[in-house]
Design a protein around this ligand. Structure first.
Ligand code: CP
Ligand code: NVA
Length: 308
């Protein structure tokens, strides 16, 4: 068992910020929080939330997670705070980290998140950037483990845009030793630097595959996962991407090629009839809402580790 203080006061900017041992520890703790086998009192600790992009799940699950841990949150609206008027990140970070015990930040550039972390005296959590969504990946693998009990011989196939969610799935999959296949249109592959990092982590290099063919990628897969085709900030690419991603929708044809017990995941929000059909979204093998619930448990575990 991991010593509880190993992650204390660390940043979580990327799935690369935790080790394999730490990833398993967070998942185990999350399971225990979910089953009410763990309870920790953070004694009025305060989480500051700064969200430059919209959010339903991440914002609320962080708020509820802190409340369950006996802490509280402050949600800073970038438009009505001085952030929107251009106060430098280095100043905001130095001030907020004197009030708050931890910051969760959703923004565009990973380098801006890193700038917050550089100047903050308290841990900073990535609540989604254009590059990564590591909190999402923790909840996803919690959901997968809940279903299959362990990760041995499991295949997770992600179909869609090789964006933030796919990048974090690759890294977290590498840490946990899960086979990850990404099927995306040409030119929409995951970040090449992160792919390289994932290959460095995987003990078995055959466990990561990037392809442009969704049909071969789903063969025998145990988990089928997708995300929106146009992410926040890419609204002007919507029409073009809908054309390019034609054929990359999780539908009954693709599901029929996966393992017969394959589960369906989606980080949400979803656009039915685009990246996933309504039939598959609502099908009995969909675990999409368990996955959304697990954001709460995974983040409770993460917060309790960082603030221990
Ligand atoms: N999956 C996810 O991060 O959802 P929100 O954008 O609603 O936070
Ligand atoms: N890729 C999506 C994820 C939303 C949770 C986006 O960045 O908008």
């Amino acid at each position: 068992m991991l010593k509880p203080n190993k992650l204390a006061n660390k940043n979580f900017l990327s799935s690369l910020d935790i080790s394999t041992e730490e990833a398993f520890h967070i998942l185990e703790l999350a399971k225990n929080f979910k089953n009410k086998k763990s309870s920790i009192n953070l004694n009025d600790k305060v989480l500051g939330l700064i969200f430059d992009k919209s959010s339903t799940r991440t914002r609320v699950s962080f708020q509820v997670a802190m409340s369950r841990l006996g802490g509280t949150t402050v949600d800073l609206n970038p438009v009505t705070s001085q952030i929107g008027r251009g106060e430098p990140i280095r100043d905001t970070a130095r001030v907020l980290s004197r009030y708050c015990d931890v910051l969760a930040i959703r923004t565009f550039k990973q380098t801006d998140l890193e700038e917050y972390a550089k100047w903050s005296s308290k841990p900073v959590i990535n609540a989604l950037t254009d590059l990564e969504h590591p909190c999402q990946a923790l909840a996803d693998f919690l959901t997968i483990r809940e279903e299959f009990l362990d990760f041995k011989n499991l295949v997770l196939t992600f179909i869609g845009d090789g964006n933030n969610v796919a990048n974090s799935l690759i890294l977290c999959g590498a840490l946990l030793g899960v086979e990850v296949r990404i099927a995306c249109p040409k030119g929409y592959e995951p970040n090449s630097v992160l792919i390289k990092k994932a290959y460095e982590i995987y003990k078995n290099k055959n466990l990561l595959k990037i392809t442009n063919d969704p049909h071969s990628a789903v063969l025998g897969a145990n988990v089928l996962y997708t995300d929106v085709w146009s992410s926040m900030g890419e609204e002007n690419q919507k029409d073009e991407k809908e054309k390019v991603f034609n054929g990359f929708s999780i539908n009954s044809d693709l599901v029929s090629k996966a393992d017969k017990d394959a589960i369906i995941l989606h980080c949400l929000p979803a656009y039915r009839s685009k990246e996933i059909t309504d039939e598959i979204f609502e099908s009995k093998n969909s675990r999409i809402f368990n996955q959304a619930e697990n954001r709460l448990h995974a983040q409770q575990a993460l917060l309790s580790c960082l603030l221990a």
